[in-house]
Every structure is written in structure tokens, then in C-alpha cells.
Design a binder for this molecule. Structure first.
Ligand code: N2P
Length: 362
């Protein structure tokens, strides 16, 4: 009798472990983009075991998605890249019956995202932000005076300024579709123009300041700004605020500012989507729905300093963040932001070529 019970228990146990082993999820998200406890909470709630990998470039994600069989179940492309990848058949349609928390999302922002994904069929907004300038207030003032143009793209794109900041360290994002349009805007051109001549003019601005740029990288600058190892970074809003936060906690007198330049800046949406070849689509839906829980999204915003698009989370978002104009810009500033442009293959090749030339000099 004992033996039978033991066998039955063994069979039951292996059934559980086989089941648990089935419940896995592979998430590929931007670096420095989630709260410390988000994944732990999801695992505890659902029993799904998560593998969480990170990237800091849409191009890197896109290469993996177009190659296929990435093994990922949830990824987070920016809206313009998302649209191109949807057209390439990379993503599955969402099963909205499995996403009851969609009701929490801000209808206006989801409508804006629908410009890149008709009917919001494939993706849900994760976080959004701007691409502006992070700077060390004291180091910049020391080199350019109290009237340093920290409110302008001229801070980094005018060679006279860049030359003076070279020694303390300027860094640019390794994100050609964000950097070149910003330089175009500095020249007074339409940042969303796809004319080859306009893109070339933008690239020429960056080439001129190239000798004064310490590096092109899209995540290293967080700790470098925080530690005073660099003084100006063209960067993403929340990442600069993370640097500001770390600097103030270190209490070494380093102050970091973030500016949305007066000429305007890119506003982007990062979108959660499920690759068509994902083997864990139920788990992927469970994850996306979990992120849309108001408290979970508020926790992420409170930790990474990025705005979210979850209306129901707002009461739980810290007042300091809600009041920060760099995170939630005023209507006047908002009017100057531009949305990500979706580039076709031809334009994309032009941009890639210009970027390679900028970075390698070839
Ligand atoms: C997080 C960067 C996300 C912003 N580190 C890029 N869209």
C-alpha cells in the first residue's frame, strides 16, 4: 500500500514538475528598463520561469527578429521599427481576450501608437520618452559659462561648443535614426524628411563634431554621467534621470540635468510585441497583461523614470515624477516633439551608410 502511495505521489510530482518546466518565457527588453522586483513578482504570481535578456539598440533587435527563431516570446521595439517589422511578418496578432488590463491604457496614447500598428493589433505601449541632452551642470558651466546653451542642440552640434566640452567627454547614442534627425532639426530642416540631401546634411553636422565625441554608445553613459566620467550625453530621458538619481545618491556634488532642446526632440514609444514564432504565446500574453497592471507599471515608472501609457497607474506614480517636465512635458514642449519616422529599405540603407562613415571615418 505504502509503495502504491509513494508511486502515485511520484507520478503526481513529476506531472507538476513537467508542467512547471513547460511554463517558461523569454523576454528581450531594453537595458535599465524594469523595476528590480517586476520579474520576481511575475514568476511568483504565475509560476512561469522567465529568462530576461537586454539590448540597447533597435538595430540589434531588428537583426534578430528578421533572422527569425530568436527564441524570444516578448520583445520591445520602438514604434517605427515595430511597423517595419510587422510588415515583414515578424509579429503575432495579440489575442485581446487575454489582455483584460488593456482597459487601463490611455486611449489617446494608444491612438498615437496605432499610427504605427493599425488598431493596436500587435503591440502595447511599454514606456515612452524623449531623446534629449543629459549634462553635468557644473562641468558644462565651467567650460561654457553660466549661459551655456544647455537648452539647445547647439550645445553638442556647434563645433565651437563641442570643442570646449571635448576634455570632459561628450557621448552620442549609437542610434542613427535618432541622431541624424536631431542634427537635421538643429539645421532647421524637417527631422522627418527622407530626402537623401537632408539626411546627408544632418550627417555632415555630426561629422564636423566627430573629433570631439568620446564615444557612440547607448547605455554606458548612464554610469559615466553619474560618476562624472563624461559631461554631456545625447540620451534617453529616463536613462539620464537614472544617472541624475545615482549621482545625487552618491553625494559627491555631481548634478545632472536633462534638457529637451528648444528646437524640439524625438518622442518615441517602446512597444511590447510577441514574435510570430514564439513558442510560449499564452505566457507572453500573461506577461504583457501583468505589465499593464496599474501597480506594476507604476513601480516600473518609479524605478526607471520613464513615462508610461497606463492611465490607471497614475495615482501610484510618485508625485516627483508626475511633476517632472522632462518626463511629462508641458503642452508647449509637447507641441515641438516629433514622432519616429518609419524608413523604407532604401532610406534605411542611406542612413546606415552615413552612420558607418561617421563612426569609422570611411
Ligand atoms: C532604456 C532605453 C529605452 C529607450 N534604457 C529607447 N527607446
Amino acid at each position: 500500500m505504502k509503495k502504491i502511495i509513494a508511486t502515485a505521489a511520484f507520478v503526481a510530482m513529476s506531472a507538476i514538475s513537467a508542467n512547471a518546466a513547460d511554463k517558461v518565457l523569454h523576454v528581450y527588453n531594453w537595458s535599465d528598463y524594469i523595476a528590480e522586483d517586476t520579474i520576481k513578482k511575475f514568476e511568483a504570481k504565475t509560476g512561469i520561469k522567465v529568462t530576461y535578456d537586454v539590448y540597447d539598440s533597435n538595430e540589434v533587435l531588428e537583426a534578430k527578429m528578421l533572422a527569425g527563431s530568436s527564441g524570444y516570446d516578448v520583445v520591445v521595439p520602438t514604434s517605427d521599427f515595430l511597423q517595419r517589422q510587422i510588415a515583414a511578418g515578424v509579429y503575432a496578432k495579440l489575442d485581446k481576450s487575454k489582455l483584460p488590463n488593456l482597459k487601463n491604457m490611455d486611449p489617446d496614447l494608444m491612438k498615437a501608437a496605432a499610427n504605427y500598428d493599425k488598431g493596436n493589433e500587435h503591440a502595447v505601449i511599454y514606456m515612452w520618452g524623449t531623446t534629449g541632452i543629459g549634462y553635468n551642470t557644473k562641468m558644462v558651466a565651467k567650460r561654457l559659462g553660466d549661459k551655456a546653451p544647455t537648452d539647445s542642440w547647439a550645445l553638442v552640434f556647434d563645433p565651437a561648443n563641442a570643442a570646449k566640452l571635448k576634455d570632459c567627454g561628450i557621448t552620442f547614442l549609437d542610434a542613427p535614426t535618432e541622431m541624424i534627425p536631431a542634427a537635421m532639426k538643429y539645421l532647421g530642416l524637417d527631422p522627418r524628411s527622407t530626402k537623401k540631401e537632408d539626411l546627408e546634411k544632418g550627417a555632415a553636422v555630426i561629422e564636423k563634431v566627430r573629433p570631439f565625441i568620446r564615444y557612440f554608445h547607448s547605455s554606458q553613459y548612464i554610469s559615466d554621467l553619474a560618476n562624472g566620467d563624461v559631461c554631456v550625453s545625447v540620451g534617453w530621458s529616463g536613462d539620464v534621470f537614472q544617472a541624475r538619481d545615482r549621482a545625487s545618491e552618491a553625494k559627491k556634488g555631481i548634478e545632472i540635468g536633462y534638457s529637451i532642446p528648444k528646437q524640439g526632440a524625438l518622442q518615441w514609444f517602446d512597444m511590447m510585441a510577441i514574435p510570430a514564432d514564439s513558442k510560449h504565446k499564452d505566457e507572453a500574453h500573461a506577461f504583457i497583461n501583468f505589465i499593464m497592471d496599474p501597480q506594476i507599471t507604476a513601480d516600473i515608472t518609479n524605478y526607471v523614470w520613464y513615462a508610461n501609457a497606463n492611465k490607471a497607474s497614475m495615482p501610484m506614480v510618485e508625485q516627483e515624477i508626475k511633476d517632472d517636465k522632462g518626463i511629462f512635458p508641458t503642452p508647449e514642449v509637447k507641441a515641438k516633439l516629433w514622432g519616429s519616422k518609419v524608413y523604407n529599405k532604401r532610406t534605411d540603407r542611406v542612413i546606415t551608410r552615413l552612420w558607418t562613415k561617421i563612426k569609422t571615418g570611411k
